[in-house]
Design a protein around this ligand. Sequence first.
Ligand code: C2E
Ligand code: CA
Ligand code: CA
Length: 567
Amino acid sequence: MDNNEKIPAERLKKLDSLFEAFSIIGDDTYVYLCDMKYDFSRWEKNLVDEFGLPGEYMFQAGEIWEEHIHEEDRKSFHEGIDDVFSGKSDGHDMQYRARRKDGGYDVCTCRGIILKDADGQPEYFGGAIRNHNQQSHVDTLTGLRNQYGFFEDLQRYINNNTTMRTFIVGIGKMTEINELYGYAVGNSVLQYFGRYLMDNVGDRGGTYRLDGAKFAIITETQSYDEIKNTYEIIRKRFRDSIKIHDKRIMLELNAATMMIDDFVTDNQTVYACLNFAYEDSKIKKHGDLVEFINNSEGDKISKTERLHVIRDSINQDFNGFYLVYQPVVDVETEKLKGVEALLRWRNDKYGVVPPDEFIPVLEGDPLFPKLGEWILQTALKDALEIQKIIPELSININLSYAQLEKADFTDTVLDIVDKMDFNPEKLCLEVTERCKLLDLDLLRNTMISLRSHGIHMALDDFGTGYSSVGILKNLSFDTIKIDKSFVQEIEEDEKARRLVNSILEMAVLYGTDVCVEGIETCGMCDILRGYEVNSFQGYYYSRPIEIEELMSKIKTEAGELCFSKTL
Ligand code: C2E
Ligand code: CA
Ligand code: CA
């Protein structure tokens, strides 16, 4: 502030106090204030930093700012400012593009008004510049920091190696509340809840509103028990119902927590882990607090560290990911009918990581659909190779609910199938009961549309969840795959045989083909041949193997193509 001598100290003080009064939260909006008698202004620091202005305090700031305005917008800006300073207008309201420090342009809306002195002379000119390209970090409904603010703070703690505990809590059935009482009530519920969290827990750390009805807290509290107790108090409070617009509303909550004590990770990975625990709380634990444990006893490397590297591989051209294929054979002939593509990941430091260790956590991640496309493309490319020798071969590919949730999923699949000139009848997409997390109508429409193009659909791991039958009733599948847990004991256990029998009868009822997974012995095959089963898959025929190995087996078996005990 070396030029400040030109403005009297008391005027500078007045400028500062007015400026503070002007300042409003919202990091996409910057405040500026100009003492017109001295043409001396104070501009908000964020704006100064982002646009590379000389400093927070500037003489003739209008001219300096004009330099930053896109040349096509400069003339109208200049005229607008001239009008303000010459007294022709009382304020301005315009939109222009302004150049950032890095050379790019942001679209800004600039509004300003004139404050006059006792004699009616213009004294101050002040207002706000809103940057439309800047992601706001504040949620307008609750006034809390939003998910961008959450991610930013989380990353800062990770970068600074600061041990923190994160906690997310969400209101279940928010859609129902909106439908039942209307959005105004729904909004008030969110505001009330956000305010309650801030008042009751906020003093221990930051409070955030994430997407929808999910809130987060980042706190220095290390103790799990303390968080659990706090959560039980919050839970009880909202079970007792709150009064909003004369309505008594009870809220059911879900929650998850996780320590950030491993810093070889990033905010997105932490969020994916927290979300995974949150889904568990919602779906399996009736809202009880679930903790994501990063380091199980004996683990040398933390889960978040490994997940971070795996997640990062998606952005590194899928480096480290590869597919293995497990044969599916015909029950009668034991000949190869198809293969199931199974995802693997490996690198030098972590070795081969099985899919169960990363898919369930990452499948809710925004990056997952991109990986899903890579799986589809890679598997179809390999399948085309196999089809050169076995033209009727089908390929089975597993889907995650996050892929199905995307509005353009069907188009993406059809596009890839079309571009690769793959026969859609030879593609079978496997979904698990986790898909019931999705809107059933959405799932039904997606499936109808895929099947109308000839693509087959299979229900995977049948019998393991709790609404398998419900899913079968509501959606139509071409195949159901019986989970290995049902057949493991059929050789020794009569009850297990009867259970499989009733599951298979159900399949007959719905008219689908049946594939039994987890066939490990000849004895299992013999028993199951007595039932209506179409195909077998399991270690007895082959473990999942890489494409090169599969191709060499197929080539040596070419005449026979019988996979019985040969792989
Ligand atoms: P899944 O779809 O049920 O895959 C079958 C799993 O059973 C595979 O485990 C396979 O190696 C294993 N298996 C096959 N035969 C036998 C057997 O005879 N005995 C025993 N005990 N196990 C057998 P894997 O490869 O570890 O995959 C685990 C799960 O990860 C898969 O279960 C699937 O849910 C998921 N997954 C794998 N690849 C993908 C993928 O590309 N996308 C998605 N969304 N999920 C995938
Ligand atoms: Ca599967
Ligand atoms: Ca399965």
